[in-house]
Design a protein around this ligand. Structure first.
Ligand code: GLP
Length: 243
């Protein structure tokens, strides 16, 4: 528990710096990172860009897998997660774009796209560290309430609450928010060797309570991480209001 959002972002950025230093990535030893979108990780990305500018961190031997992408939104739409990641992070660091993996929400065969994504993660030896955020309904990636805790990368219809929450990025017009997304499953994230979930704000407090103070439930998909051997929730004071 940290005081505020800035501290959460800084802690997460320093945590990754330490991890990379200990891992010592190189041409034969890539570090595989899972990444989220949303407003929560923006502070983390800003801090990492700053550390990169100061020469404290390099992404030359890092490969990334993003959690999710909207279905049917053009890749260059300003609100696609592809645009989000390049505008807010990848464009400002030394990552090779060929090491960036983001689901293609415009693939002709969406199911095949999801299966191929799972396979790619397996082929590179799994994810070393998955950063995540959550929705106020406790969803992680786009694993909405009711998602199987054994779920893998797949097409998911967004919950009405999520559509309403994300309308702020689409001129506050719910009709403009895509209704479906491709998302890694709960089990995909559970397979990561380490998971770090960032949570800030009183609007996420009930979800945090449900995730850690009650039993595991597919209605609060974040609660699955009670079973993960190495998961850390990095939260601000406001997010602890219901604990
Ligand atoms: C979307 C994303 C999630 C993210 C959530 C919270 O639903 N698919 O991965 O955690 O938004 O977003 P924010 O951080 O803006 O509250």
């Amino acid at each position: 528990i940290l005081d505020n959002y800035n501290d959460v972002s800084e802690f997460a950025a320093k945590y990754l710096c330490r991890k990379l230093r200990d891992f010592n990535p190189g041409p034969d030893n890539y570090f595989t990172l899972g990444l989220p979108t949303g407003s929560t990780p923006l502070g983390l990305y800003r801090q990492l860009i700053e550390y990169h500018k100061q020469g404290k961190i390099s992404f030359q031997y890092v490969r990334t897998f993003n959690m999710d992408e909207y279905v049917g939104l053009p890749r260059d739409h300003p609100e696609s997660y592809h645009s989000f990641m390049f505008n807010n992070f990848f464009r400002h660091i030394d990552i090779d774009p060929k090491n960036v993996h983001i689901l293609d929400g415009n693939a002709t065969d969406l199911e095949a796209e999801c299966d191929a994504y799972e396979q790619k993660i397996k082929d590179v030896g799994g994810i070393d560290l998955f950063f995540g955020g959550i929705g106020p309904d406790g969803h992680v990636a786009f694993n909405e309430p009711g998602s199987s805790l054994a779920s893998r990368t797949r097409i998911k219809t967004l919950a009405q609450d999520t559509i309403i929450a994300n309308a702020r990025f689409f001129d506050n017009d719910v009709t403009k928010v895509p209704k479906q997304a491709l998302t890694v499953g709960v089990a995909t994230i559970m397979d990561a060797r380490e998971v770090v979930i960032l949570i800030n704000g009183a609007h996420k407090a009930y979800a945090l309570h449900k995730a850690i103070e009650e039993g595991t439930s597919h209605m609060w998909t974040l609660s699955a991480f009670q079973f993960h051997p190495k998961t850390m929730f990095v939260v601000d004071e406001d997010a602890t209001l219901e604990l």
